[in-house]
Design a protein around this ligand. Structure first.
Ligand SMILES: C[S@@+](CC[C@H](N)C(=O)[O-])C[C@H]1O[C@@H](n2cnc3c(N)ncnc32)[C@H](O)[C@@H]1O
Length: 303
């Protein structure tokens, strides 16, 4: 029944213009939040129903492939061996924790402010398939409940700016499509600086698009005022900070050496060719055309 309602609602949304559609989605998000007992307000909705309705969480092969693809594009393998890892905004099904453990991570902290343990029980089949794939392409990995019980995987239900982890305790930080959702980037940078050990490396994949999945990935960014948009996304319960690559790099460079690798860019989209004044005055067309980039961060060493 719920599924049928979702299908009808989706069909209805398709006929609305963009602004009206955003208002309807905003009202729906606020209804969901008020009806949720343990909602992690302001972050993703990982109630079992919402996770079920999002096919992207159901395919472990895609998740593993994505990591390999990023590594190929970077030209290097991420070294997990013996490391204490922190993945921030890992999503509902433990992110890359199983790959990390199979590749030798000593301890993998899965930080997700919206984490819902009920999803793990519900996704037993997902984890069986996930372990099989990892067994074939990386190496054997124990069952999830054993990894959780032994403390090899630890769930941190908190925002990334308040991990609660000890000072200097982390060797490797990962995130996929999270930094663009963090509202207080400076607080996050301070926390990463606090928890990272002297040789820690970080890899953050950032999605700069409008997250709407249309043919022009910036159609709902460059035609609008950023403050208005930020407020809209915040009210919808999924903030997007709209920082462009140069701005984000500058914030992170306050404490870390930053190397940016652009994975996807296209300055030929109509929105990039004719942006509103705010965007045109601050960025080049090439900068506006950056869709996905990975930022590699290292500690700054004197000398
Ligand atoms: C687009 S999802 C990406 C999830 C997952 N990494 C993936 O690739 O499927 C963004 C995630 O970031 C989380 N998030 C948003 N703001 C956050 C913050 N300040 N600290 C930590 N996680 C945050 C959300 O709850 C959500 O799970």
């Amino acid at each position: 029944m719920r599924q049928a309602i979702r299908v009808v609602a989706k069909a209805g949304l398709r006929v609305l213009d963009w602004k009206t559609k955003q208002r309807v989605l905003e009202a729906a998000a606020s209804l969901r939040r008020s009806g949720r007992r343990n909602g992690a307000g302001g972050y993703a909705d990982y109630s079992v129903g919402s996770v079920d309705a999002s096919p992207k969480h159901a395919d472990p092969a895609k998740l593993i492939d994505r990591l390999f693809r990023y590594e190929r594009a970077l030209g290097e393998e991420i070294d997990f061996a013996g490391k204490t890892v922190l993945e921030i905004g890992a999503g509902p099904v433990l992110g890359w924790a199983l790959v990390g453990i199979a590749r030798g991570a000593a301890c993998y902290h899965v930080l997700e402010p919206a984490f819902n343990p009920a999803v793990l029980d519900r996704y037993a089949a997902y984890f069986r398939t996930h372990r099989q794939w990892i067994g074939r392409v990386v190496g054997e990995v124990p069952p999830v409940d054993e990894l959780l019980a032994s403390g090899a995987i630890r769930v941190v239900r908190a925002p990334a700016a308040r991990t609660g982890l000890p000072e200097g305790s982390v060797d490797l930080v990962l995130s996929n499509s999270v930094l663009e959702h963090v509202e207080h980037v400076d607080a996050l940078v301070d926390e990463l600086d606090r928890i990272c050990g002297p040789d820690a490396l970080q890899y953050h994949v950032v999605d700069f698009t409008d997250h709407q999945g249309g043919a022009d990935p910036f159609a709902h960014v460059y035609g609008h005022d950023p403050e208005e948009l930020r407020a809209l996304y915040r009210r919808r319960g999924m903030p997007i900070n709209l920082l462009r690559l140069p701005e984000l790099t500058e914030r992170l460079a306050r404490r870390f050496e930053v190397e940016a690798t652009v994975l996807l860019e296209d300055a030929s989209h109509p929105s990039v060719r004719s942006p509103e004044d705010y965007w045109r005055e601050r960025f080049t067309k090439e900068e506006l055309g950056i869709e996905v980039a990975v930022l590699k961060l290292a500690r700054r060493h004197a000398g």
